[in-house]
Design a protein around this ligand. Structure first.
Ligand code: NAD
Length: 252
């Protein structure tokens, strides 16, 4: 039997927002699994180049995903560098912390910004990558898309209603595209609860909630979400799944 590392040799994975937090852990995990990885971020160019320099054949591409021109260019750059794409992880995302009862604080501008980065950018990246994902796909190793959504897109929770709604939209897009792009491309989502990353550093209440109420008694480490991404990528069958990864908080 060929090992995952051997099987993935020469296969290419693009992970958006991968110079920190969950995206960085997923990129490093997929590199360990044998993939050639492409790091990406909006602005941390030095860190991105450093990460890419530490892994054979890896590269880094900068692109602001709130800009459609740069979003499309990200995929064309990957194709011109490697000529193929096997895995696309839509991890880059933004949040806005707004108490749910302060409706006027959730302005149309905040709604638009969140949708632009959390929903429209993943959509554009998938649309631009569809053909190359199809042509890289084989029966044994179908191409794979993973969208990083949130438990807030599954349950009526989250840092703000616009954020939760944007992640809920991403979950629905995941299932619709799983139907539309099969069997060549599998599409799944991971919906994390609290994860220890720069985004949640100062979320004292959330850390307290997970420690006191969740069955696992803590938030996740980025590597634990990366492990789930690796499992999803290594499957040749799963599609249309939204893996709620909240340490069991939803059960309480
Ligand atoms: P993070 O802040 O470390 O990472 C976010 C990444 O998104 C960064 O690399 C940033 O460069 C990128 N990004 C943001 N706006 C961008 C733009 N306009 N163009 C290009 N890139 C942009 O945070 P994280 O916690 O690792 O978040 C990763 C994903 O996980 C996000 O989609 C987030 O919504 C989701 N998530 C996080 C948690 C958590 O508790 N940390 C929980 C649920 C879901």
């Amino acid at each position: 039997m060929i090992s995952d590392q051997g099987k993935n040799s020469g296969r290419v994975a693009l992970i958006t927002g991968s110079t920190s937090g969950i995206g960085k852990a997923i990129a490093q995990q997929l590199a360990n699994d044998g993939f050639t990885v492409v790091f990406h971020s909006r602005s941390s160019v030095v860190e991105g180049q450093k990460l890419a320099g530490s892994i054979p054949n890896a590269s880094y591409i900068q692109a602001d995903l709130s800009d459609q021109v740069q979003t499309k260019r990200l995929i064309s750059k990957v194709i011109s560098l490697y000529g193929r794409l096997d895995v696309l992880v839509n991890n880059a995302g933004i949040n806005a912390v707004i108490p749910h009862n302060l409706l006027k604080d959730a302005t149309p501008e905040i709604w638009r910004n969140l949708y632009e980065v959390n929903v429209i950018a993943p959509w554009t990246l998938i649309a631009e990558a569809e053909q190359v994902l199809r042509s890289s796909s084989t029966r044994e190793c179908p191409s794979s898309i993973i969208n990083i959504s949130s438990h807030a897109g599954v349950r009526p929770k989250g840092a703000s209603i616009p954020y939760a709604a944007s992640k809920s939209a991403l979950n629905h897009v995941t299932q619709l595209l799983a139907l539309t792009l099969s069997p060549e491309i599998r599409v799944n989502a991971i919906a994390p609860g609290l994860v220890d990353t720069p985004m949640t550093e100062n979320w004292v209440e959330a850390h307290k909630l997970w420690k006191e109420k969740s069955p696992m008694k803590r938030g996740a480490k980025p590597g634990e979400i990366a492990h789930i991404a690796s499992m999803l990528v290594s499957s040749s069958y799963l599609t249309g799944e939204i893996i709620l990864s909240d340490g069991g908080l939803n059960l309480t």
